[in-house]
Structures are given as C-alpha cells and as structure tokens.
Design a protein around this ligand. Structure first.
Ligand code: NAD
Length: 494
C-alpha cells in the first residue's frame, strides 16, 4: 500500500452485496436488504441481500444439482486443486481490495487484514491444494483372494456458517478442504461481515469454479438463513465457527436431519508466565495475545496468570505497553487497534468493563474513545484484583480487556487455567522443560503454546475441548470431516 491512509482510494458509494447462487449474483427471493455498518464510523457502507429460507433452498438446490450432475465431484483431486490454486492467486492479485473490504466491514486494522487475514485466506487454498492430493486411502488384505479398501467420498452439499472476527480467513479455512474433497457448498457468512465473501464469489467465477459448487447466502442466523441451512434436509454437514450457545442451537436444529457436525466455539485462553520465563518475549506476546483484533479472537490470551515472584514487574511492564497501543482509524497503517465490530457488541464488552471496575482495580483504559468519532472505539484495559470466580474471568468477553492474577505454584496455575468451561487454547512461558511438559499435558485445551502464541502448522489438528468445540479442523482432520468413509470389500477368483 502506498500511503499511510488508504481511505482516499475508496469509492464511498453504498455498495450492493448480493447472494451468489448457481454461479449468479442474486437479490434474493424477498428482495429485502439490510445495511452493513462500518464499525469505525457507525455509518452504513453497503446494502446486503437479506437471505430467507427460500434463498437457502435455492442455494441448496443449486449445490445439489452441481454435486449430482456437474463435473466437480467427478474431476480428479489434482484438477480440483488447480482451481483452488487459481482462487489463491486471484485473492493475492486483489490483496489490497480484499484487505480494505475486510477492515471496513470488521473494524480491524488494515495492517492485520493486509498482512494477516488476506494472505492467510489465500494460503488456506494453497495449503489444501498441496495437501489434499497426498491424502492416503487404506487397503487391507485378509486372505490371498480378499481385499478391503477404505475410501473417502465427498459428503454432498456442505453447509458452512462463519463468524465476523476473521471473516474470510475462517470461511476459506472451511471452503478449501470442502472443495478439495469434491463437495459443493452453501456458505452463510456472518451478518456483520458480508463483504469479502462477496468478493470471493467474484474470484471463484474468474478461477473457473463450475456454477453451483460454491453458493453464498447472506443474512442472519436464528430464524433466518443460518437456521434454515441447519434444518435443510439436503445439507449433509454443518461446519460452524461461532459462539458456544449458537453451537448448542445448531446441534438441536441439525439433529432432525442427522447432519455431520464440526464446531469451533468460544474460548477463554489462559496465558501463564512462570518466574523463569524470558520476560522480554513473554510480555510483548501477552499484550498481542490479549489485544490483537481488539481482543476479538477465540484464541486470545484473555486471562493472564503470573507467578508472584515476577508479578509486580510483569504488571508494570504490561501496563506500560498497553498505554502505548495506538487505537484509531482501521484504514491507517499505523493503527494497532481498530473499532469493535458493532455497537451492541461494544456495549456487551462495556458491561464486563463495569464488572471489572466494580470488583477489581482498573490499571489503564476501559473507556469509550469518543474523540475518534461515532465508531466503536475502546481503549485497551488492564485489570488486577479480580477473583477467578468472577464472570470477568469465567465468561468470554471478546474485547480489549485483560485481567492479570498472581499464582504461587505450578498446581495453582494449572487449576486457574482449567477453571472455566472453555478449553480452546493456552500459552505457558517457562525455561523448565519438565514443568512445561506437565503443564501441557494437564491443561485441558485443544491447543497449547509453549513460549509462544498463535503459532500454527495447518497440518495439525485445530479445535477445542469442553465447551470450546467438537471435532477438529486442519490437515487430514478437515479432509476427513468433509468426506465420508466407505469400505469396499473384494473377493477374487484365483
Ligand atoms: P455467533 O455464534 O453469534 O455467529 C456465528 C455465525 O452463526 C453467524 O454467521 C451467525 O449468523 C450464525 N448464527 C447465529 N445463530 C444461528 C442459528 N441459530 N443457526 C444458524 N446460524 C446461526 O458468533 P460470532 O459472534 O459471529 O463470533 C464470535 C464467536 O466465535 C466467539 O465466541 C468466538 O470465540 C468464536 N470463534 C471461535 C473460533 C474457533 O476456532 N474456535 C474462531 C473464531 C471465533
């Protein structure tokens, strides 16, 4: 990007975001729309087609037709993966446009969308294009004249439902493996962030994805397009990322038609710093882990536990850094924290800030930044003095608010980490390999980071324990979710 702010390059007309069904952009059955609000200005920047159960039906029919009659499931995995690679190339060719769209829609800093979300979305396609062709099927021989082969077949029409915090990143994380395995798709993006899914549909057309293979219906969840997708009898699976309470509702809705389910749900990540940790690494990483994307990351280190011997020092250095975080216009390249996704979400975060102020000590931040205009800007907050039982430490706040608690022993630190219903991720900082091993086996979470945070290899299983999820995504775990195992047994005449 050429200059500090990219706003001048924008066309400020209201954009019109439509559904993408059967290879065509469509207004939808009711022709009704809703407004997409820019979180940093509070103003509408797009009108979005409001998906209905009829639109879901049309999209599922298009996907079913493409699956039953179209070329996609019949192409070799290598041919399909060539199309995936083209999609990746086309996203990267329009990287700046995608990044601006993501930041306008979600309020995240352009540096995060340009350097993080958008290249990672392209990489999701590249990764599965490389990985899927090497998936190995099994064969067993019971006798000289008998063979049993275990093959994987596509499921058919896959329903994908995604959240607003990493919109294109998480949509492509599901779309790429689903497509690689030969399925057809209906995606329902989050209502607050419809824009990059719409751009992705444009890219899919240019990449030569056959009509009906990827369908996108915009709109809401409960009572709207999302729920209709979870109830549709021709949808074989739902891969969902979002809140734990929504996961429960989807599980119930999907039970009537016995869909295969994969859930990536909420988190309340523990970040544990022992006294022997490399504090020069641990402290800046703890700040990033708590405040990246305005704290709206399922993997956030949203509870910081520090061994008492270094507690004072760590608290002081964290606060010093947090005070310097530059909050501002998401389209300014220097901005480190942008706007929270929506007014109602900001108010929810503020209700937790009120709890923190009442029950603990606020060391910095925690205020609405009205000087930045009508956007949903909060200054990053650090709290001490809260009890582990507080709602502040038990519930997912999903905003820029970090509580810090001291601990005296390894056992206590592990108990604190395990004290919530969530179990998505945790970080542990120490130089003691035995302690790190004990902690990583005793903390009940799907992802444990040792002396780091957010490091990922896409071949490894990704997902949560307890209320943080069901099933795993990544590498072969995604390919297995988006396919059905079948055993075919042969008897030969010798
Ligand atoms: P959400 O559950 O409110 O919405 C997610 C999606 O589900 C949206 O597209 C929404 O329209 C749809 N939806 C809502 N109710 C539905 C229903 N009854 N039936 C069908 N669809 C429905 O979540 P959100 O607020 O968009 O996202 C934030 C949440 O996502 C946080 O809890 C966060 O931790 C979680 N998250 C988890 C991961 C992970 O990998 N575990 C990653 C990112 C976000």
């Amino acid at each position: 990007m050429s200059n500090a702010t990219v706003a001048s390059s924008l066309n400020l007309d209201l954009k019109k975001i439509e559904h993408f069904i059967g290879g065509k952009f469509k207004a939808g059955s009711g022709k009704e729309t809703f407004e997409s609000i820019n979180p940093s200005t509070g103003k509408a920047h797009a009108t979005v087609a409001l998906g209905t159960a009829d639109d879901i039906d049309a999209a599922v029919n298009a996907a079913r037709h493409a699956f039953e009659k179209g070329p996609w499931p019949r192409m070799s995995v290598r041919e399909r993966c060539n199309v995936l690679r083209k999609i990746a190339d086309l996203i990267l060719a329009r990287r700046e446009e995608f990044a601006i769209a993501e930041s306008i829609d979600s309020g995240k800093p352009i540096s995060e969308s340009f350097d993080g979300d958008i290249p990672r979305s392209a990489f999701n396609f590249q990764f599965f294009a490389d990985f899927a062709p090497s998936y190995v099927e099994e064969a067993f021989s019971t006798a000289e004249n008998e063979r049993h082969i275990a093959v994987r077949e596509p499921l058919g029409v896959c329903g994908l439902i995604t959240p607003w915090n990493l919109p294109l990143y998480l949509a492509t994380w599901k779309i790429a493996p689903a497509l690689a395995m030969g399925n057809t798709i209906v995606l329902k993006p989050a209502e607050w962030t419809p824009y990059t899914a719409y751009l992705l549909a444009q890219v899919a057309v240019l990449a030569g994805l056959p009509d009906g293979v990827l369908n996108i219906v915009q709109g809401f969840g409960a009572g709207g397009a999302g729920e209709a997708l979870t109830r549709h009898p021709d949808v074989r699976s739902i891969s969902f990322t979002g809140e734990t309470s929504t996961g429960r509702a989807i599980m119930q809705a999907a039970s009537a038609t016995m869909k295969k389910l994969s859930f990536e749900l909420g988190g309340k990540g523990a970040n544990i710093i022992f006294a022997d940790a490399d504090l020069n690494e641990a402290i800046p990483t703890a700040v990033r882990a708590a405040f990246r994307n305005q704290g709206q990351i399922c993997l956030a280190g949203s509870r910081l536990f520090v061994e008492r011997k270094v507690y004072e020092e760590v608290v002081e250095k964290i606060v010093e850094r947090v005070r310097k975080i530059k909050v501002g216009d998401p389209l300014d390249k220097e901005t480190e924290m942008g706007a929270l996704i929506a007014r109602e979400h900001m108010e929810k975060v503020q209700s937790y800030l009120a709890i923190g102020k009442k029950e603990g000590h606020l060391l910095c931040g925690g205020e609405r930044l009205t000087a930045l205009g009508d956007g949903n800007f909060l200054s990053p907050a650090v709290f001490t003095g809260l009890e582990i039982e507080s709602r502040f430490l038990q519930e997912e706040i999903f905003g820029p608010a970090l509580p810090i608690l001291p601990f005296d022993s390894e056992e206590e630190a592990i108990a604190l980490a395990n004290s919530t219903p969530y179990g998505l991720s945790a970080s542990v900082w120490s130089q003691d390999i035995d302690r790190l091993h004990r902690a990583s086996t005793q903390i009940r979470a799907g992802l444990i980071w040792i002396n780091t945070w957010f490091a990922r290899d896409l071949r490894t299983p990704f997902g949560g324990q307890k209320s943080s999820g069901m099933g795993r995504e990544g590498g072969r775990y995604s390919l297995e979710f988006f396919s059905e195992a079948k055993t075919i047994s042969y008897k030969y005449r010798m």
